[in-house]
Design a protein around this ligand. Structure first.
Ligand SMILES: Nc1ncnc2c1ncn2[C@@H]1O[C@H](COP(=O)(O)OP(=O)(O)OP(=O)(O)O)[C@@H](O)[C@H]1O
Length: 652
């Protein structure tokens, strides 16, 4: 993986700045302030995994931070534990609570999850307050800075220790998030259902995200306890959790630099907002920056005068108000609230996201894919071509009932190995329901599904996917914020044996697997004709290309059975011809295909067998020729929805 020289230079400059800081600002107050920023940054790296990457809300991180602090405080107070015991124990303890916090995230999302995590944070604070025998209750716990070789660290020495932990956390989180584990986190945010169907268990990765995130909160909490030398329950309140969330959003999701900026803002803001002179300078600087940025964006045609007017006028008004105000005391919260509103409304991708978009990055990165041609797109396929025409999948008397509606009514289906099996029927006849039953998304009310000789009842979608059944979706379910290459890499998740420890230590095993997966993903993109768009975000691809990318991602799973749900929907005639050629090539590699399609010419020209459903029942089955002339089929289509066309002779 190539290194970006500008990025490397920025990283080196950042490290030098962090290390040189105590030499530039010798006042202990400023050293302590910077220490707090670095500690918050550690927590925010972890919080960003949950909020930015997996897209979950957590209002429980102040609680986890408190658990880390109190684990250290109690171990030092009660057992006189040294820092090298207290710090790892705090990480482990917080991670354990992270697993508990993950439980509600497996059941609820959005506002409900916010409520549950908020309750968790509140309970932690109450428990810290009430369990006086351990925590000393409201009195709090006092402790010294850690000792090394019998000598207590000075403020500056402790700053360097914190800086070391921050840089280490940065490295570990960065490695993790760029690996298959990070891609799994991102995938489950963009489409949980597609993640499961790519063999990436949403359940497992949500728990991982919360546990890892909590581990970093525990580390930050432990360092904070030593830094403040005094901890009390009031420090870990609701406002702190909101502040953390705000820091991630303000700085910029999915960015380590964003976390650092966010930490700086939330630590500095209270002191900046308390001094009217400093606030005036900030307000004027913000107004000048807003005017310059707006002018640049209008000149580059990135925005219109109308859209730029509100933020520019708002910052100008803030500058004017700053000079009208006599003191900040009464206005601090109001100004803070307004700034929050401004960020949420105008800087949804945070400060880092905003500057990236200003520089035109993060939109399209069209570069040639690495390693295409070096790998075989079908390298891992468990081919069935040589296996005569045995049966790969058998559906026996499947009933799928939604309330009173029988979406599938006692349907039998036999799919022969190495064939293309068309599944057609008017709208609402039960085709997609069949796909969902085959991939474990729906559990049939009655009946059995036997795949490769094994019943698949009771298996989760990700287990079924890993067993070799891949699918595409009627409504495209790509991982929108990830590039085309990354989408395929999620499909290749199963090819990794490396654990998260391998990733964090960047072991040769992990690096070998990552390189192999990238070469294979590039080869798959080449096969489906998307090599040039490898680094384009999936949401920016044209619709036809998105459908092809879904097929590529499914192929990455090394399927024996590929279920295509209306792959030609919305495609132009040339795109459809390209699609048909691809489907034939996939079949020629021994992959069995089930094809749901409303384009009859497509189904009839490439299917070996066609099954017709109507009102959840199988009404016909056989070769395309036989099915097309079946009076029941013609009747079902002519009597069905107006937009469905009756089967026509093959045209393509
Ligand atoms: N989760 C669900 N809850 C309730 N009803 C459902 C559910 N899923 C499907 N149905 C119903 O089952 C019937 C079959 O739907 P299905 O999506 O399988 O049809 P289809 O043949 O794929 O149609 P189309 O060609 O329009 O996609 C429809 O009446 C649909 O409303």
């Amino acid at each position: 993986m190539k290194k970006n020289p500008t990025l490397l230079a920025a990283i080196v400059a950042g490290i030098v700045l962090v290390l040189a800081y105590p030499l530039l600002f010798t006042n202990p107050y400023y050293v302590h302030l910077a220490e707090t920023i670095l500690i918050y940054a550690i927590l925010l790296y972890g919080l960003d995994i949950v909020v930015g990457y997996t897209g979950q809300v957590s209002l429980g991180h102040a609680g986890l931070f408190g658990i880390g602090s109190y684990a250290t405080g109690i171990l030092v107070l009660k057992l006189g534990a040294p820092w090298f015991v207290a710090v790892p124990a705090s990480i482990a303890f917080a991670a354990l609570f992270g697993a508990i916090l993950a439980l509600p995230a497996l059941r609820v999302t959005g506002p409900y999850l916010a409520m549950v995590t908020l309750a968790f944070g509140t309970i932690v604070q109450i428990l810290i307050n009430e369990m006086t025998f351990l925590t000393e209750g409201p009195l709090g716990i006092q402790l010294q800075k850690p000792s090394v070789f019998g000598r207590e660290l000075t403020e500056v020495e402790y700053y360097y220790a914190v800086a070391g932990f921050m840089l280490l956390s940065l490295l570990l989180v960065h490695r993790l998030l760029r690996s298959h584990v990070g891609r799994a986190f991102e995938a489950l945010r963009d489409s949980p259902i597609a993640s499961d169907c790519m063999g990436v268990s949403v359940y497992r990765y949500k728990v991982y995200a919360f546990v890892i995130s909590a581990g970093f909160a525990g580390l930050a909490g432990s360092l904070y306890a030593y830094s403040e030398q005094y901890i009390s329950p009031n420090s870990y309140n609701f406002e702190l959790t909101i502040l953390f969330l705000l820091a991630v959003i303000m700085g910029g999701r999915k960015s380590r630099l964003g976390s650092l900026i966010g930490a700086t803002i939330v630590v500095m803001l209270p002191s900046l907002l308390s001094d009217i002179e400093v606030f005036r300078k900030i307000a004027v600087t913000a107004a000048v920056v807003a005017v310059i940025v707006a002018a640049l964006m209008i000149a580059k045609r990135r925005t219109t005068v109308g859209r730029a007017a509100v933020p520019v006028l708002a910052t100008l008004a803030l500058a004017v108000v700053a000079y009208k105000l006599e003191s900040m005391v009464d206005w601090r919260l109001t100004i803070f609230g307004l700034m929050t509103l401004f960020v949420v409304y105008y800087l949804q991708d945070g400060i880092v996201g905003f500057f990236k978009s200003l520089m035109g990055r993060g939109r399209s990165h069209v570069v040639a894919s690495e390693g295409a041609g070096a790998a075989d797109p079908f390298a891992g396929i468990r081919a069935d071509a040589g296996d005569a025409k045995g049966e790969l999948l058998r559906v026996e008397q499947v009933l799928m009932q939604f309330g009173g509606l029988k979406a599938l009514n006692m349907v039998d289906l036999n799919i022969a190995r190495g064939t293309v099996h068309g599944l057609i029927g008017p709208n609402g006849s039960g085709k997609s329901t069949m796909m969902n039953v085959l991939t474990g998304i729906y559990k049939p009310t009655a009946g059995a599904v036997v795949y490769a000789g094994q019943p698949i009842a009771g298996r989760t979608p990700s287990q079924i996917a890993l067993g070799g059944i891949a699918r595409t979706f009627q409504n495209v379910q790509l991982f929108g914020e990830m590039t085309a290459l990354e989408n395929v890499l999620v499909g290749l998740h199963h090819s990794f044996r490396a654990t998260w420890l391998d990733v964090m230590l960047s072991t040769p095993r992990y690096r070998r697997e990552e390189l192999a997966a990238r070469a294979r993903a590039a080869a798959i993109l080449d096969f489906i004709g998307l090599a040039e768009l490898a680094n384009e975000e999936a949401r920016n691809l044209p619709y036809g290309k998105q459908r092809l990318l879904e097929i590529g991602r499914a192929l990455a799973l090394d399927p024996r059975l590929l279920l295509l749900d209306e792959p030609a929907a919305g495609l132009t005639a040339p795109d459809i011809r390209e699609l048909m050629a691809i489907i034939r090539k996939i079949r020629d590699h021994g992959i069995t295909i089930v094809l749901i399609e409303h384009h009859m010419d497509v189904v009839m020209s490439i299917s070996d067998t066609v099954t017709v459903l109507d009102f959840g029942q199988k009404i016909a089955e056989g070769t395309p020729g036989k099915v097309q002339s079946d009076p029941r089929v013609i009747d079902a289509y002519l009597g069905g929805a107006a937009e469905t066309t009756p089967p026509q002779p093959a045209a393509l």
